[in-house]
Design a protein around this ligand. Structure first.
Ligand SMILES: C[S@@+](CC[C@H](N)C(=O)[O-])C[C@H]1O[C@@H](n2cnc3c(N)ncnc32)[C@H](O)[C@@H]1O
Length: 314
């Protein structure tokens, strides 16, 4: 899930939208984002459905422009999308997984059971998993996470569908690559050099940049929602604040790097901002801004358009 892999693919017959440009969007400048009351948990992990898996939910009412949470990466690895099959990427991602696994085994299995299954690790028992899901704050710098709302039946249904489908013996490389593709944010650290080191891999030699792929324990659990007006053909009657689509569209946006909370000015940190007021219990969502999502989107907008097409056919 990389922030630079801009916007969803246009549906048939639609003109392609110009790349998303946060600077030109209707969002206020970063300095306008408010810091949350850090003593009150803003989010909790919950279950959306068996296909989507987990999501992040508002644990209390959240105000528009609130910086909901601020998190350091849980795993960081090399990533260069021009050379997705480069063994340097794969080795780095597997190394990051193994390191995270040794340090935070239970958190990793509970938060990312698909990855764990593909490395041959079965699910935790529910009580242990629920405790871990409730406590995914290891790398949280700002904001708190409430107890999880994943029930035993939901957890077991989810993990039971994963285990037979996703356990792949001897395919660590693919497991890591797919995991990073689905969960990582592409980050370009400021210190990255345009000068490849002597003896560097093919991707470095050819290239001007070294990107990193960062996975966040909470941030990476946020699901995608399409924007209702991707081509900016929104009715004039809809105000600027509704640009992302009111209740159907995404209600959050992410920023990577130094934020309005300057004391946490770390370049690989993620900040989750509220695009509008969010009520307690609502799922937090954002637009992945990807050309190709890599999954069949089940958001309300896509479901409605699917149903409209079905009705036309029938
Ligand atoms: C970054 S993860 C989000 C956390 C994920 N739900 C989980 O339980 O691990 C992205 C994955 O969530 C699922 N997902 C996210 N948004 C979705 C959507 N709108 N429709 C269907 N699946 C979605 C897809 O499987 C996707 O690869």
């Amino acid at each position: 899930m990389d922030p630079d892999a801009i916007e969803p693919a246009p549906s048939e017959g639609e003109a392609s939208e110009p790349p998303f440009d946060a600077a030109k969007s209707c969002r206020p400048p970063a300095t306008a984002f408010r810091s949350p009351p850090s003593s009150i948990a803003a989010v909790r992990v919950g279950f959306v459905n068996a296909t989507m898996g987990y999501g992040l939910f508002a644990a209390r009412d959240i105000r528009q422009n609130e910086a909901i949470l601020h998190e350091a990466p849980f795993m960081t690895a090399h990533f260069d999308e021009r050379f997705p099959d480069d063994m340097t990427n794969t080795a780095s991602q597997r190394g990051a997984y193994m390191e995270a696994f040794h340090a935070h085994r239970s958190n990793l299995i509970a938060a990312f059971p698909r990855l764990a299954a593909r490395h041959g690790h079965g699910p935790l028992d529910y009580a242990q998993a629920n405790a871990c899901l409730s406590n995914l704050t290891t790398h949280l710098y700002h904001g708190q996470c409430d107890p999880s709302t994943v029930t035993q039946a939901e957890y077991e249904t989810f993990t039971n569908t994963i285990i037979p489908a996703e356990t792949v013996v001897g395919s660590d490389g693919n497991a890591c690559r797919e995991f990073f593709r689905d969960y990582a944010f592409k980050v370009q650290p400021k210190h990255s050099s345009t000068q490849p080191a002597a003896g560097a891999a093919a991707s470095d030699q050819a290239g001007a940049f070294k990107q990193e792929a960062c996975v966040y324990l909470l941030g990476s659990l946020i699901n995608h929602r399409c924007r209702p007006f991707p081509n900016k053909k929104k009715p004039a009657s809809i105000g600027v604040d509704a640009k992302y689509g009111g209740p159907q569209g995404p209600n959050c946006e992410w920023r990577i790097g130094p934020s309005a909370l300057t004391r946490f000015a770390q370049e690989k940190h993620i900040v989750v901002d509220a695009l509008r007021d969010i009520r307690e219990g609502e799922e937090l969502t954002w637009d992945y801004h990807k050309k190709v999502l890599g999954f069949i989107c089940q958001c309300d907008i896509c479901q409605e358009s699917f149903m409209r097409q079905r009705c036309r056919v029938l």
